[in-house]
Design a protein around this ligand. Sequence first.
Ligand code: ASP
Ligand code: MG
Length: 425
Amino acid sequence: MALLVCKFGGTSLATPERVQAVAKKLVAYHRQGERVVAVVSAMGKTTDDLLALAKSVNPHPPARELDRLLATGEQASMAVLAMAIEALGVHSTSLSGRQAGIMTTTVFSRAQISEVRADRINEELDCGRIVVVAGFQGITPKGDITTLGRGGSDTTAVALAAGLQADLCEIYSDVAGVYTADPRIVQRASKLANISYEDMLELAAAGSGVLQMRSVELARNFGVTIYCRSAFSADVGTYVREGKAMEESIVTGIVSDLSKAKVTLRGVPDRVGLAAELFGTIADGGVLVDMIVQNISEFGLTDISFTVPKSELSRLEPILDKLVQILGVRGFIVAEDVAKISVVGAGMQSSPGIAAQMFKVLANCGVNLDMIATSSIRISVVVGAAGVEQAMRELHTAYGLDSDSDFADTHLTAAELEAKMTKGR
Ligand code: ASP
Ligand code: MG
């Protein structure tokens, strides 16, 4: 008897029919004799709608109240799924984050899971029930509801898989696995059968939205095997697990990220401790900074550029205004029309020329580089947003990642898949 944790994303639960299809899948596992824990996201675009609702009454909603509101999305879908399971003649219990024993820190909107107290889940499983847990949320020691950041249901699923010592953590979504590039941009992207934690972490950090980055960190730390697969077809997906996955390939994948803005601070005094004060103040404001580049200083002044999520700009700009005043920074420029392109692969550690090749391809596409940053297994550049899709396709070809067939030829659209799935029920 295996223990399975199965997580379903919002798209997989967007309509009553889809919820019923998910219930059917879980019941099939149950009838095979597996112990089944489902983790759910909010149905469809519920989280975005709740966020908009909050902003409509308060442009800066208090974080505690916001978490409380957003957590209701997952609480609705867990109950609906449990009902759909019961309709198929199998007993099911839905549990909120609190009931499932997901203990977190008190950082609202970005809480970290500190512990999983799985007694209640185990009790329910022992009674032969399918347990449905609300993803994305937990409870502080004081009893306040927290959320784990956007995409946080992935992290709930992996944390439960670790806490329950599950045999497998399946992540079902509208993406059928991990690809060498986003198939909506690069038609010849190919699906990876396996990917290592290391490469997956870098892809997630580079902006691939398949898994929340923290879920991958957690999986690596606790040795949880993740299987990313489609909620709409039985196609094979991608295993995220330890090991050298793609022996022959140097580059595992390419990611473009349009969610970042580039901020340049002009005329920053070049003195010891300045960067510490600068980024300390930004961090105190709760803003997550990504790539940082400092330019050569002249006449005791320097320019510093960094990237931040566009969604953080409204929080960042008042902080920057303050920094201009207190630290004597001359001014700042925000560029939103930028894209980050990253090339990822553990294989590049032992293979020279990967960066040079990237720069050459981008130059041939007429793309100018604004920023460059590297880790031992990732090269990221920030460029103007125009022409990024073309550049992605050219890079994919240059690194020998193109599959033999077009994604569009071999894969059905989400609508086609759903039609097929509905018929199959
Ligand atoms: N519903 C949350 C979100 O949209 C959490 C998740 O889906 O993982 O970010
Ligand atoms: Mg997600």
